[in-house]
Structures are given as structure tokens and as C-alpha cells.
Design a protein around this ligand. Structure first.
Ligand code: PHE
Length: 447
């Protein structure tokens, strides 16, 4: 058998994992969730979930992937041969499929908006006109579909080139670039008049606005933003060699992701407040409110191009990780070549993607369980499949694997020593804390 592809360096693993984590979740979803959930209080709850829940799940997925060196399905054949654990692999494949099906639609919107920015279509400073532009763009039967296809095409080209020559190579360039752009946009936003009102909103907590919906939103966001529960970390982990430090890489990924979310908040909220707009604009925040602001500030046209280019890069480095979960599964379980695996995945993804895109307009009346296609894929993944996937990952590592094997992975065979107390803390959060919290949220979410 040909040697399995792998990452070339620790930095390569980090940028790929951070690339997956940092995405539309940070730049598009996080700001409007913060905006609609009362600001800083949401951020604090979100951070608590990342530390107590998301990290143990991330370690678990990483452990399963790296120890087995196999896809989300095959991993369990290696680690728990002869058991039914393999079947949990379906959750991850379905979860990734559900996510990429609507993610590619929003990815297409970012490209459509990048195009509008390049052709200076945003020079009107009128929210009614811009809101109308957004509506027309997403409800059209052609424009978003064309851009969605281009988005998936770019995603496929990168995944086609494999791990080291594709995913690692491209994320190594795109992630640093992304960081520079987000800092430039934040700097511009922070130097607008009255920017401090935005800072107040981001950093002064008001817990009176916290409801049970805030908790659910924060939890779903932690799963979504860190790319956990749908096998991404498991799959990337399976391409990581035995010497890399799982604990360190996971922590760095979580820190990078959080940092990006906060800087994205800094790039958006001060500008929003400076122009007296409500932060609770919801999903339209980056597609309506920001173009309105860009139309009025010096160098705004240039900033608009930078901003939507940034959204596009962030989205691509995430969509490649979603596609890779499905591709590695098809490739290894059905002995397909990469090309055949990608083509077969695309047939399904494009079909679902078209439905999600059209559900914004033509198909808006078609409902599954009360949701249009787009919301159905979004809700089933964030509220059900991701928590379920996370739950099984921690249960497997905490209850099925031997404690000694888990410690062996966490320390990379003793290469990266951890204090016994810290090691125990990680182990018991995997075994007890994470499953209990996920179960509570899952059940409350379903109810
Ligand atoms: N974490 C990505 C984001 O924040 C989305 C994502 C979810 C990517 C699940 C991979 C898997 O945009």
C-alpha cells in the first residue's frame, strides 16, 4: 500500500488546524451572536465553554485520529476492532456534509461580495439600498449558485493536491495573510470617532441579558468555531506524526481561534457604534452594515476589498477541512482515488448546496421540520450532529480507551512531559466533565 500522506511540520499542523477553526464562524457568526446576545457577557460564557468543553473534545478527536492514523470510520477499526464503534463515523461524515452544504453558500456570498467590492458597487451609503443588494444577491437563482460553484471548485483544487502539498502548503500562506488583514481592518475601525462605545460593548459584561438561549448559542458557537464534533480534528490528527505535541497544538489552535474572533469583534463593533447602528443587526452585519460603513470612510473602497478577501480566505481554509473528512473516508473505506472521492463528494455537496442557496429565495417555502434547507443544515449540524459527534469522541477516549494509552498520546509517548495533576485534569475532563455538559446541552437543545 502507498504511504499515507502526512503533514510536513508542526507549524503546518497548526496553520491547518487554525485555518479550519478560523472561518466564517469567527468573522461572520461570532460578531452577530455577540451583538444579539448582549456583548461581553456572551464572550465570557463562550470562553468558559471553550476551556472546559471544547478543549477536552478537541484532545479526544486528536487522540483518536493520531493514534489510529485512519479516517473517521477506519479509526475505530484500528482502535476498537470488532466493535460497533465504527458506526459513530457516520455522524462525522454526515456532520461535515451538512456543514459544507450551507458553508459553501455563504462562501459563495463572500466571493460575490468580493467581486462587488472590486467593481466598486458599494459606493452608495444607504442601508436601504445595501439591504436590497444583499437580498437580491442571496435570493437570485443564478449569482449565488455561480459563486458557490467557484468556491467549491477552489476548495476541491486544494484538497486534490493532498495534505502536505495541498492543505498545508496553502494554509501556510493564507493564515499569516489573514492575520495581517484582520489587524489592518481592526486598526482602521478602532481609529474611527467614538470607537470606544464599541469597545465598551465588547468588554463590559452585562449579565442581565443572559438567558438559556445565550448559553445554547455560546455552546453551539464553541463547537462550530473550533471545528469540533464533525471529525475535522480527527481527520487532520490522523495525518500528524507521533512526535507532535497534541496538547500544545490544540491549545494553540483554540487560542488562535479566540484571538481571531476577538479581533474580528474589534474590526466590526467600533465601526458599527461609530455610525450609530444597532449591533443586533444579525446575519446582515457583515454584508449590509459594513458596506454601508465602507462607503463613508476614507480608503473605504480599498478596505471593502480587503475585508471580503479576508472573509473568502477564512472560509476556504475551513471548507477544505470539511471536504477532507468526507474525502479521506471515501478514499480509504471504498479504495477510491482522491479524484474519484472528491468528484463523488461534490455530486452530493453541490446538490445540497443548490437547495440551501435556493432556499433563500425560490425555495423559501419548502420546509423540513419547519426550517428551510439552509437553516435545516445549519441547525441539525450545530445543535445535533456536532454535539453528538463530540459526545461520542469523549466517551470513546474516556471510557473505551485505556487510561495509559490516552496518556501516551497526550504526552506523545513521554516526549512532551506534562505535570501529573494537569494530565489528570485533562483526563477527567474528557471522562466526566465534557460528556455531562454536552449531554445536558444536547437534551435541552432537542427539547
Ligand atoms: N470553524 C469554522 C468556522 O469557524 C467552521 C467549521 C466547522 C469548519 C466545522 C470545519 C468544521 O468558520
Amino acid at each position: 500500500m502507498a504511504k499515507r500522506d502526512s503533514f510536513g511540520s508542526g507549524f503546518g499542523v497548526l496553520v491547518a488546524m487554525a485555518g479550519s477553526a478560523v472561518g466564517l464562524g469567527n468573522l461572520w457568526r461570532f460578531p452577530y451572536l455577540v451583538g444579539t446576545n448582549g456583548g461581553a457577557a456572551f464572550i465570557i460564557i463562550y470562553l468558559a465553554f471553550v476551556l472546559l468543553l471544547a478543549l477536552p473534545i478537541m484532545y479526544s478527536e486528536f487522540i483518536i485520529g493520531r493514534r489510529s492514523q485512519a479516517n473517521v470510520f477506519g479509526a475505530y477499526r484500528v482502535l476498537a476492532p470488532g466493535t460497533k464503534w465504527c458506526n459513530t463515523g457516520y455522524i462525522y461524515v454526515l456532520g461535515s456534509l451538512a456543514i459544507i452544504s450551507f458553508y459553501c453558500v455563504v462562501g459563495g456570498w463572500t466571493m460575490a461580495y468580493l467581486w462587488k467590492a472590486v467593481t466598486f458597487e458599494f459606493s452608495v451609503a444607504d442601508t436601504a439600498v445595501l439591504g436590497d443588494t444583499f437580498n437580491r444577491t442571496v435570493t437570485s437563482n443564478t449569482e449565488p449558485l455561480v459563486f458557490m460553484l467557484i468556491f467549491l471548485f477552489v476548495t476541491s483544487i486544494i484538497v486534490m493536491a493532498g495534505i502536505k502539498e495541498g492543505i498545508e502548503r496553502y494554509t501556510k500562506v493564507m493564515m499569516p495573510l489573514l492575520f495581517v488583514i484582520v489587524v489592518v481592518v481592526a486598526a482602521r475601525s478602532l481609529t474611527l470617532p467614538d470607537a470606544s462605545a464599541g469597545l465598551d460593548f465588547l468588554f463590559r459584561p452585562d449579565f442581565s441579558k443572559v438567558t438559556s438561549k445565550t448559553l445554547l448559542d455560546a455552546l453551539g458557537q464553541a463547537f462550530f468555531s473550533l471545528s469540533i464534533g464533525c471529525g475535522t480534528i480527527m481527520t487532520y490528527g490522523s495525518y500528524v506524526n507521533k512526535r507532535e505535541n497534541i496538547v500544545g497544538l490544540s491549545a494553540q489552535t483554540a487560542i488562535t481561534d479566540t484571538l481571531f474572533a476577538i479581533i474580528a469583534g474589534l474590526a466590526i463593533m467600533p465601526a458599527v457604534f461609530s455610525f450609530g447602528i444597532s449591533p443586533a443587526e444579525g446575519p446582515g452585519l457583515v454584508f449590509v452594515t459594513l458596506p454601508f460603513i465602507f462607503a463613508q470612510i476614507p480608503f473605504g473602497a480599498f478596505l471593502a476589498i480587503l475585508f471580503f478577501f479576508m472573509l473568502f480566505i477564512a472560509a476556504i481554509t475551513s471548507s477544505i477541512s470539511q471536504l477532507e473528512v468526507i474525502v479521506s473516508y471515501l478514499k480509504e473505506e471504498f479504495s477510491m482515488s482522491r479524484k474519484v472521492a472528491i468528484t463523488s463528494s461534490l455530486v452530493v455537496i453541490v446538490t445540497f448546496g443548490v437547495l440551501c442557496s435556493l432556499s433563500q429565495g425560490t425555495l423559501s417555502d419548502v420546509k423540513i421540520l419547519g426550517y428551510n434547507f439552509f437553516d435545516f443544515f445549519d441547525k441539525t449540524s450545530a445543535n445535533i450532529l456536532l454535539p453528538l459527534g463530540g459526545f461520542f469522541a469523549v466517551i470513546f477516549v474516556g471510557w473505551k480507551m485505556k487510561k495509559q494509552d490516552v496518556e501516551d498520546e497526550l504526552t506523545s509517548g513521554g516526549l512532551h512531559k506534562l505535570r501529573p495533576a494537569f494530565l489528570n485534569f485533562i483526563y477527567y475532563s474528557i471522562k466526566y466533565l465534557a460528556p455531562v455538559v454536552v449531554a445536558i446541552v444536547l437534551i435541552s437543545g432537542l427539547v
